[in-house]
Design a protein around this ligand. Structure first.
Ligand code: RP5
Length: 172
């Protein structure tokens, strides 16, 4: 029987980050990876974030995805508290449009890495795919579903190519 125990934890610094992180949830749903979603700010609710990070591995979580905006300490804070891999999603929620959060995550000091993806929705989707790739290393089912996901993406590109060819043909 397939397990529904969450394998990926999605942590957001504020409920206002949900719109961007919905992209992560969509990808994980598409690939069939059980996940959980929590709101736990590093700056405004550090005790809650600490408790979550400290218990995640024990509860069966294998990868954490953390999205935050501004001086985004959340992914680095979680990374300091758990040996699990952390993927950081810079959220474009501030006047600097996410450049601040991108640098906060990517420029982690040596010793405590955060795998930082692109700012905003593209990064949120890629965080889900990267988590799936990590899980696929030890889960044949995930590997198979990930391969199907990638095949579907390639088919979409082929469809696009056919549309372009058809439009160009019309103009001849
Ligand atoms: C960050 O501050 C959150 O991750 C969010 O991106 C940003 C704004 O938070 P709210 O003021 O909407 O709660 O900590």
């Amino acid at each position: 029987m397939p397990t529904t125990r969450p394998k990926v934890g999605i942590v957001m610094g504020s409920d206002s980050d949900l719109e961007v992180l919905r992209e992560t949830i969509k990808v994980l749903d598409d690939i069939g990876i059980p996940h959980e979603v929590v709101v736990a700010s590093a700056h405004r609710a550090p005790d809650q974030a600490r408790k979550y990070a400290a218990s995640a591995e024990r509860r069966g979580i294998r990868v954490l995805i953390a999205g935050a905006g501004g001086a985004a300490a959340l992914p680095g804070f979680l990374a300091s508290l758990t040996p699990l891999p952390i993927i950081g999603v810079p959220i474009n929620s501030t006047p600097l449009n996410g450049l601040d959060s991108l640098l906060s995550m990517a420029q982690m000091p040596k010793g405590v890495p955060v795998a930082t993806v692109a700012v905003g929705k593209w990064g949120a989707a890629n965080a889900g795919i990267l988590a799936a790739q990590i899980l696929a290393l030890s889960d044949a089912g995930v590997r198979k579903r990930l391969a199907a996901f990638r095949k579907a993406m390639a088919a979409e590109v082929q469809q696009g190519a056919r549309r372009v060819a058809a439009q160009l043909k019309k103009r001849q």
